[in-house]
Write a protein that binds this ligand. Sequence first.
Ligand code: PHE
Ligand code: NA
Length: 461
Amino acid sequence: MLGARESIHGQWSSRYAFILAATGAAVGLGNIWKFPYIMGENGGGAFVLVYLLCIVLIGIPVMMSEVLIGRRGRQSPGLSVKTLAQEANASTRWQIAGWSGLVASYLILSFYAVVAGWALAYVFKTARGDFSDVSADAIGAQFGAHLADPWLLMTWSAVILFVTVFVVAKGVHKGLEKAVNFLMPSLFVLLAIMAIYSGMNGAFGEAAEFMFKPDFSKLTINGVLLALGHAFFTLSLASGAMIIYGAYLPANVSIAKTSMLIALVDTCVAIVAGLAIYPLVFQYGLTPSEGPGLIFVTLPIAFGSMPFGTLFGTLFFVMLVFAAFTSAIAMIESTVAWLVERKGLSRLMATVTTGGSLWLVGLLTVFSFSGAGWATFTITIFGKTLSSYFEVVDYLTSAIMLPLGGLAVAIFVGWTMKRKVTVEELNTSALAYGIWRFAIRWFTPIAVAVVFLHLIGVLDG
Ligand code: PHE
Ligand code: NA
C-alpha cells in the first residue's frame, strides 16, 4: 500500500532534496526577523523556554503527522486530508484541517513578502554604505523613513513575489530544489559570523541572561499563546507547507528522522539569530520591545562599524532574502497545487494568479506600516490590543489559525486515521512510535486546549 498513490506534480529527487526544501521552508524570516522581536516583546527567557518546549513536545510530532498526511495523500493539503478521511471512513469535514493551512499560508505570505521586501531593499542600502559611520539613532531613523514610503515597499514586495512566481512556475524539480541547494548552508555560516562579532563587541552577558534566564513573572498567557503559535509558524506547521512537501516525498524516507533534523536546524538558526542581535540591543541601549524593526535597526549598527561590514552586511541581507524566499515558495505551493489539481489551470497560470493577488492583498500590510489611516486602527482580541492590518493578520494566523489547525491535524492523525496506516508510514521503532502517538493523541490536544481555555477565561488565567 505504501506509495500506492502518486503526486501529479512530481517528486523530490532524493531524501536530501526534501530535507533541503523543508529546511528552506522552515528557516526564514520567522527565525531571524520575528523570533528575536517577539521574544523581546514577551520578556525573553521564559518565552524562549516555552517556545523550545513547544518545538519538542508539539512541533516535531505535528510535523511528522503532516508529512505523513502529505505522503499518504499525495495532493494539496485539503484534498490529501479529504482522501485520507474517506479511507478511514470518517467525515470529509476533516479536510478543513488542510484548507485552513492553505488559507493561513496565503494570509501569511501577504505580509511576509512585504517584510522580505524590506530585507531586499536593505541589501542595496548596505551595499552602498548607508550605514557606514552613522549613529545608532540615524540608523533607526533610516528604517522609519523606509517604512514611510509606500511606493518603495510596494515595489520591493513586487520583486519578491515576481521571483517566487518565476521559480515556483518551473515546478518541483527544476525550480524548488535548485534554489535551496546552496542557500541554507551559506546563511547559517553568515549568521554565525554575526553572532561571534556581536558577542565580542556587544553586551553578550546581558544578552545571554535576557534570552536564557527565565523570569516567569514577565510571561503572560498571551505570551504563552504566542510562543506556541510561533513554534508552528517557525516550523511551517498547520500551514499546508509540510503536507504539500510531504506529498512530494519518496516512499522510503524516514519521516521521524527528517522531521527532527529540520526542527533542530530551525531552532539553532533562531537561537543564533537572537545571539547576533541582543548583544547589540543592550550595547546600544535599544529596547528589546522595539517591534518588527528590531533587526533592521540593530544589525546595521554592527555592519556600520565592523571590519568588512559593508561586505558582510550585504551578504547577510542577501541570505535573509533567500531564506525568506525559500519559505515564500513553500507558502505559495499549496495554493498553486490545488489550482492545478482542481481548477484546471496550468502551473504557470496558477502561480501568476496567486502571486498577483498576493501583491494586492499585501498592500494592506504596506499601508499598515506607512501609517495610512484605513490600515491602522485599534482592536482587542483575547485581551491583546492590535493596531493595524499587519498586527491583526499576524495574530490571526500565528496565534489562532496555526495552533487550532495543529490541533485539528493532531486529532485527525491520532484519533481518526487507522493506527495501521500511521505505523506503516512512520515505519519507526516501537518506542519512537509510542512516544509520537502519545504526543499526538494526548499531549498536543490537551496543551493547545488548555492555552485557549485560559485565554478565553474559562480556566483561571
Ligand atoms: N517557517 C517560515 C519562517 O520561519 C514561515 C512559514 C510559515 C513558511 C508557513 C511556510 C509556511 O519564516
Ligand atoms: Na522558521
